[in-house]
Design a binder for this molecule. Structure first.
Ligand code: PNS
Length: 163
């Protein structure tokens, strides 16, 4: 049996950087599960159902990619999905690596699940969901940094002051 890649995140909302990592993971692994953390602690802008539906639309052209939500520990969710699962994370910069390395080591210590790091493509390395939201809040242009349907949802949501 082949390996399944689990791409976890908050995805509040999905950006083109996330889509790039999911696309490249789908070219390397037999299947990909995109796992959206419910994460009420981070007070996300979008409800988990909305984050999942925006992601589903963003990766609809990719075969073998499923999008699901989860809560609790990633490794418990990973084990419940597939014994041959590995976590795949994008690394934008050395500053990401610092924390991602600790999470990867903790996840491996807890259950033996391994993490593969993919370097973010340079054209997306400055993008984060937080920065995207800030730019929209202050009226800036985010065209080309998120899928068009996500741009539309951001404008609708943030222009009503619902953040
Ligand atoms: O997009 P994010 O917010 O950087 O993603 C972080 C995420 C969701 C991958 C991470 O916070 C996570 O796995 N959370 C689930 C809870 C968990 O397993 N915590 C222990 C990590 S060692």
């Amino acid at each position: 049996m082949g390996l399944t890649a689990l791409c976890p995140g908050t995805f509040d909302p999905v950006t083109n950087g996330h889509v790039d990592i999911i696309r490249r993971a789908s070219a390397c692994f037999d299947a990909v599960i995109v796992a959206v953390l419910e994460n009420p602690g981070k007070a996300p802008l979008f409800a988990v159902e909305d984050r999942v539906s925006m992601l589903k639309e963003a990766v609809s052209d990719l075969e073998g990619v499923q999008v699901e939500s989860f809560s609790g520990l990633l490794v418990n969710y990973a084990r419940s999905k597939d014994p041959d699962v590995v976590v795949v994370k994008g690394i934008r910069a050395v500053s990401d690596f610092d924390f991602e390395l600790k999470m990867a080591q903790m996840n491996n210590h807890l259950t033996g699940v391994d993490t593969f790091f993919l370097p973010t493509s340079p054209q997306w390395s400055f993008i984060s969901s937080s920065l995207i939201k800030e730019v929209v809040r202050f009226g800036g242009d985010i065209a080309g940094m998120v899928p068009p349907h996500v741009e539309e949802r951001l404008r609708e949501t943030l222009s009503t002051g619902k953040d």
